[in-house]
Design a protein around this ligand. Sequence first.
Ligand code: SF4
Length: 310
Amino acid sequence: MNANEYQECRLCPRQCDVNRSEGQRGYCQETAVCRIASVGPHFGEEPSFSGRHGSGAFFFSGCSSRCIFCQNYQISLENKGYEVDEAELFRLALSLIGQGVHNLNFVTPDHFWPHIRTLCENLRARGETIPFLLNCSGYQEPAMIEAYARLIDIFMPDFKFADPQLAGQCMHDARYPVIALESLRKMIELNGFLTPWDPTGQETARHGVLVRHLVLPGCVENSLNVLRQLAAEFGRKLPLSIMSQFEPIPNCETCRLFTTRVAAADYRRVCDEVESLGFENVYIQPDLGDMDFMPDFNRDEPFDGNKRDK
Ligand code: SF4
């Protein structure tokens, strides 16, 4: 592993330039010691990823975005997790592959990329062909995408904000819309759209890009502008997942923002726009999401839905 990347850390757009190898922490609040909060077959992703046997999810501790409403706040804002070394990551990955998962799914991976890269290289050197999936915030350093794409088969970035002011308010970086779009262009240029596209989950995805968007309460205009921007840039064949599952977290009360769920009428308005823009390959959540996939990382199995669907 090239530890230099942790010594003057510029792994994400925050460009903190701190020495994480010496225990310093930047915006993500993580040192160079890799930490995870949960690993296991996960059934809460879209059918293209969860399939029948689950997605092999690694939930990394810490986050470079730290959105004030993060649904995984226990790990992204509170940095819950435990230390793992390279050998343990490798053992965990082989165990997941042995359980028949359809992919290895690296959730919020940017700040531990050197560890993930080594893991992926070692797995490929051993002849493992399982797809590697980068499950990320959209807030990726554009200069990193080429390096990711050398190993990563599937990109699943969010596109959270088209509105710079909202991005500034939620994650303290109004540059998000510009950065996310630039990174997404590179992901699509290098890996194309998600393939195969089979929303039944019979045939899980092996390659390409799918973009996620979580609708926020009271932010319909932001969602409509996200969709319009994506349609204008990438056309109606761009695979999308439009999510309604937002649930207020304790920090929402503290910030007095996003203190309700998404109104059904607002979600419908966003879905209507998806249709009128002509997007062809879209996951729409039924009702307002499956609450069994709201995590509690204080439990061994954070997701009730995983016990149900296993
Ligand atoms: S990964 Fe962490 S320390 Fe490195 S630039 Fe990003 S926020 Fe800063």
